[in-house]
Write a protein that binds this ligand. Structure first.
Ligand SMILES: Nc1ncnc2c1ncn2[C@@H]1O[C@H](COP(=O)(O)OP(=O)(O)OP(=O)(O)O)[C@@H](O)[C@H]1O
Length: 250
């Protein structure tokens, strides 16, 4: 079942036409990867899925993004609620300069949860779900900035999970990490897809082929090809996809 449907999405940064008539369905409880060369619009597309582009000046968006069949660009949509449902993890781990506990409790507190016992439960549950709890259980009140890069990224995933999202967007979440931390995040995402819908931008085609159920290939603002990952990598239908995945450019 489609959790998110992009319908004829066009995005302009000023004069620049950065997304050209993109339509694609993101399936529930699956991992969907967006691949393509630098500057092709992968991150831009990802950010349209929870309206992060609203923060950029001079952006014009046409078309629709339906989340559970409702257009998230409808003027009545509350973007705070939208971003609670559709959480995001960025390329550089960006823990807040506060304790591990407070990082995870941050979102729930903003959404009005004050009770300490309740927060304790959320923090522990989220850290466990992000496969970080065992490594930090004895230092929940130490600074998050003392964690390794890979741990920081799992903390950011825990922070995202703490507000009980339905969809998790990740923009090259492992590109700043070593191979072992990368593997841990990949394993974690494959576990998390049982509960969440996941969309990930990655430069790493091996990563897409390892973890993604579906893959979309972007090129200069166009979504060239989209399908089951194994089909995209073994039987690409478009010459441009084939050239890219066989390493002829990009
Ligand atoms: N805020 C902005 N203002 C103007 N142009 C932008 C802005 N953000 C991105 N662009 C342009 O839009 C195009 C798509 O950028 P985007 O970051 O989505 O690509 P990408 O495929 O994610 O690239 P990368 O893999 O290098 O991150 C690029 O040409 C980029 O320069």
């Amino acid at each position: 079942m489609a959790k998110i449907q992009a319908r004829n999405l066009n995005l302009y940064y000023g004069e620049k036409h950065a997304l050209k008539d993109v339509s694609l369905d993101i399936m529930e409880n699956k991992i969907t990867a967006f691949i393509g060369p630098s500057g092709c619009g992968k991150s831009t597309f990802l950010k349209t899925l929870n309206r992060m582009n609203d923060y950029v000046n001079n952006v014009k968006i046409e078309g629709e993004i339906l989340l559970d069949d409702e257009n998230i660009y409808d003027s009545r949509v509350d973007t705070t609620i939208l971003r609670k449902k559709v959480g995001m993890v960025f390329q550089q781990p960006n823990p807040f300069p506060m304790s591990i506990y407070d990082n995870v409790a941050y979102g729930p507190r903003i959404h009005g949860i004050k009770n300490k016992k309740e927060l304790d439960v959320i923090v522990e549950k989220s850290l466990k779900a992000a496969a970080l709890y065992d490594e930090v259980a004895d230092r929940l009140h130490s600074s998050a900035l003392g964690l390794s890069g890979g741990q920081q990224q799992r903390l950011c995933i825990a922070r995202c999970l703490a507000v009980e999202p339905e969809v998790i967007l990740l923009d090259e979440p492992t590109s700043a990490l070593d191979p072992i931390s990368t593997l841990k995040i990949e394993e974690l995402l494959m576990e998390l897809k049982n509960k969440y819908t996941i969309a990930i931008v990655t430069h790493n085609m091996q990563q897409a082929s390892r973890i993604a159920d579906y893959t979309a290939f972007f090129l200069v603002g166009e979504m060239v090809e989209y399908g089951k990952t194994k089909d995209i990598f073994s039987l690409p239908q478009d010459k441009r996809t084939e050239d890219y995945i066989t390493g002829r450019f990009g």
